[in-house]
Write a protein that binds this ligand. Structure first.
Ligand code: HSE
Length: 405
């Protein structure tokens, strides 16, 4: 079967590589069909690439090619990826993608278009890179009421935090290495400010609970405020700081979803997830906690998931997959600061007695080189709004959520 690839960056070139290098096993997985790259769409020139005859700058070459029935969209971004994908789906071609920004922002419209034309729109690579999570969540855990999901969903930030914690490397140096390794987004602020993790939270929440959650509904905070001092206090408390996406079921009409740095105690399965690895913990009422772990970014791991979707499309040309969700609503994602209770880590310029006069039950932390006018502590469980009320007038340096996953 002929397959086109739109976007020949890290992931797109990985898709071509995996299809070509695995040409022996692919027919065994597709029911005998081989995969052949028909076009590679990219505006850049690749004069020395062995696929030079396959390159085009004209999207219509793919749209109008009747033999190309499956297209991998690895361009990233909303435009022109949305227009191209919509036209392909309406033309009855199946599209597979690693583009989490597009799925999170416009997934509902694209899924509806796929539904109408009988094509597939698959996006296993959009969350967790090479980790299988979309199918397990929709199929293997289908018998559960999902109570919550917590995930380390961004490889770049997990890599940066690991390098800072374990090697004392500076933030900028660690980011540079992540970019060189092909982990980071084109604009790495999407990684470090949490937007990439936010998009993945939207996709997971939409799949788990059936209603579209949009990025602007998910309060998002990145890792730029995390200091080595915070890392040290948390280490002494028996935990680590991770950038976590959290989703909590409240009712069929309400969920909470947010992205932020979070304290994870060492007993958690999420605490040992290092480097570029991601992990997604799903809490189901019947199964309990299950964790999906693996490489969350990078050329071949992400291509592994994209090509798996291509194989699925090739194998099931007549069968429509059923991953999808319905419309969301403005008040579907609640204000977690008002509704969700948890403990918090606080670092402040204050005295222990000042803190004790405001908080009933705190656990003070210490670190090497702690200044005499600095306190750090873990609070009892409360909402974030309540925490901020209690801290009013205190010279707070940082607060971090403590997770119960
Ligand atoms: N920039 C992303 C990350 C790529 O670092 O996780 C995979 O989505």
């Amino acid at each position: 079967m002929k397959v086109a690839v739109m976007g020949y960056g890290t992931v797109g070139s990985g898709v071509v590589e995996v299809i070509e290098h695995h040409s022996d096993i692919i027919p065994k997985r597709t029911g005998g069909k081989t995969l052949e790259i028909s076009h590679i769409l990219d505006l850049r020139d690749f004069p020395n690439d062995p696929h030079r005859d396959l390159f085009t700058k004209d999207f219509n070459d793919i749209l109008n090619d009747e033999e190309t029935k499956i297209v991998a969209e690895t361009m990233g971004g909303i435009n022109p990826a949305f227009d191209f994908t919509m036209k392909l789906l309406k033309a009855g071609k199946s599209v597979v993608t690693s583009n989490k920004e597009l799925v999170a922002q416009r997934g509902l419209e694209l899924l509806q278009a796929a539904e109408e034309s009988g094509a597939n729109y698959l996006f296993e690579a959009s969350v967790g890179g090479g980790i299988p999570i979309i199918r397990p969540l929709c199929q293997c855990l289908a018998a559960n009421y999902i109570e919550g999901i917590a995930g380390i969903l961004n490889g770049t930030t997990n890599f940066i935090l690991t390098m800072m914690i374990e090697q004392g490397m500076s933030f900028d140096e660690a980011l540079k290495i992540a970019q060189e390794k092909g982990y980071a987004e084109k604009d790495p602020t999407a990684d470090v400010e949490g937007h990439d993790a936010c998009r993945k939270v939207c996709i997971l929440a939409s799949l788990a609970f059936g209603k579209h959650v949009y990025p602007n509904q998910v309060e998002t905070e990145g890792i730029t405020n995390i200091s080595l001092e915070d890392v040290s206090y948390i280490e002494n408390a028996g935990g680590v700081i991770k950038l976590l996406g959290q989703i909590k079921y409240i009712s069929d009409d309400e969920i909470a979803a947010f992205v932020s740095p979070a304290v994870v105690y060492n007993g958690s399965q999420l605490a040992s997830v290092k480097d570029v690895f991601n992990s997604i913990l799903v809490r189901g009422d019947a199964v309990g906690d299950v964790c999906f772990y693996g490489p969350g970014a990078g050329k071949l791991p992400t291509a592994s998931a994209v090509v798996a979707d291509i194989i699925d499309c090739a194998k099931h040309t007549d069968r429509k997959k059923i991953f999808g969700w319905g419309p969301g609503s403005e008040d579907y994602v609640v204000d977690y600061k008002e509704r969700i209770e948890m403990p918090f880590y606080v670092r402040a310029k204050a005295s222990p007695s000042e803190i004790n006069s405001r908080f009933a039950d705190v656990k003070f932390l210490s670190r090497k080189g702690q200044p005499s006018d600095e306190v750090a502590f873990i609070t009892d469980i409360m909402t974030e709004n309540k925490l901020n009320e209690k801290l009013d007038g205190i010279n707070v340096i940082n607060t971090i959520k403590v997770t119960n996953y």
